[in-house]
Write a protein of this length. Structure first.
Length: 273
């Protein structure tokens, strides 16, 4: 009897806390979000599609449209909210964000497999103004801690639900192409980052889908690409950005490129079974 009353009270408290918030904020969709995806890396993962001279054109392609009850996003304040572009606007705060691969990924995945359930995206990429190197993502760094904290929060918000972090989508390395030392240490640092993250999340087989660079900010692109393709860890898939169209700034992937990339991510994930 006591247990029953206690449960009633809990349900009521949850109802009140949800009702307080505006309708597209979900403080507790425990059993809803079935599949959580972590998005990390630098500017191209954060999304610069449609950004020209620090202004986003506001154009959202059909493949990136929001699906209010199906695709949620973990906000900087750690709440599940309706996901829409630019996904990283409250995370990569020192840059103008535009279209990235995340929304396309989620929409494509829902098309491929409608039974995947509600998708929870956890944006963590930071391109900022200078880009972010792999050494800035090492265990104990600000970016690493933020990724871990947000991943754990996403999981903890799933109390009683069938929470599952399904994969990390990773797109980084452009900033490590400018000097030979960073480029030659890239493979070791990347493997260590993936391994540490899996250990700290207690998900030793967490699928990781990473992007091989098409070009970079410096001359050592091939060294970094070879490192990416040479990763010796299970459950790491590599998709290729080579050939994708760039923004007029020649620095970032354009919106159409991000659409192609998001679809590649979804197909690669779907193929993990
Ligand atoms: C962006 O800024 C540059 C330099 O100020 C200018 O030449 C160019 O026309 C601008 N482009 C757009 C699309 O506003
Ligand atoms: C934004 O810039 C401020 C001031 O330079 C810095 O302290 C902060 O870490 C930056 N945040 C991100 C996400 O880049
Ligand atoms: C974005 O990705 C493209 C393709 O890999 C690459 O050429 C470019 O350097 C990247 N931009 C930044 C700023 O990292």
């Amino acid at each position: 009897m006591l247990v029953f009353l206690w449960l009633m009270l809990l349900a009521y408290a949850e109802f009140v806390s949800t009702a307080d918030l505006n309708s597209n904020v979900y403080s507790s969709p425990p059993s809803q979000v079935r599949s959580i995806f972590l998005l990390a890396g630098q500017s191209n993962m954060s999304g610069r599609g449609g950004v020209i001279n620090s202004t986003w054109d506001g154009i959202v392609p059909i493949q990136s449209q929001p699906k209010p009850s199906k695709i949620l996003r973990l906000s900087a304040g750690l709440q599940w909210v309706e996901a829409n572009e630019p996904l990283h606007r409250d995370i990569d705060v020192n840059a103008t964000c535009g279209v990235g691969p995340g929304m396309v990924f989620a929409n494509t995945l829902l098309n491929i497999n409608p039974r995947i359930g509600v998708i929870g995206l956890v944006p963590c990429a930071v391109g900022s103004r200078m880009g972010t190197k792999i050494s800035q993502w090492g265990r104990g760094t600000y970016l690493y801690n933020q990724l871990l904290r947000r991943a754990k929060a996403a999981a903890a918000l799933q109390v009683g639900g069938r929470f599952r972090i399904r994969a990390l989508l990773w797109y980084q390395g452009e900033s490590d192409t400018t000097n030979p030392q960073d480029a030659s240490l890239y493979k070791m640092r990347l493997e260590r980052f993936f391994t540490n993250l899996r250990v700290d999340l207690k998900l030793p087989a967490l699928p990781i889908i990473q992007v091989a660079l098409a070009s970079g900010q410096g001359p050592f692109v091939d060294t970094v690409r070879q490192a990416q393709f040479g990763i010796h860890l299970r459950n790491v898939k590599t998709i290729d950005a080579r050939g994708l169209p760039m923004q007029p700034d020649n620095l970032h992937l354009s919106t159409p490129a991000q659409v192609q990339l998001g679809e590649k991510f979804a197909k690669a994930f779907a193929a993990t079974g």
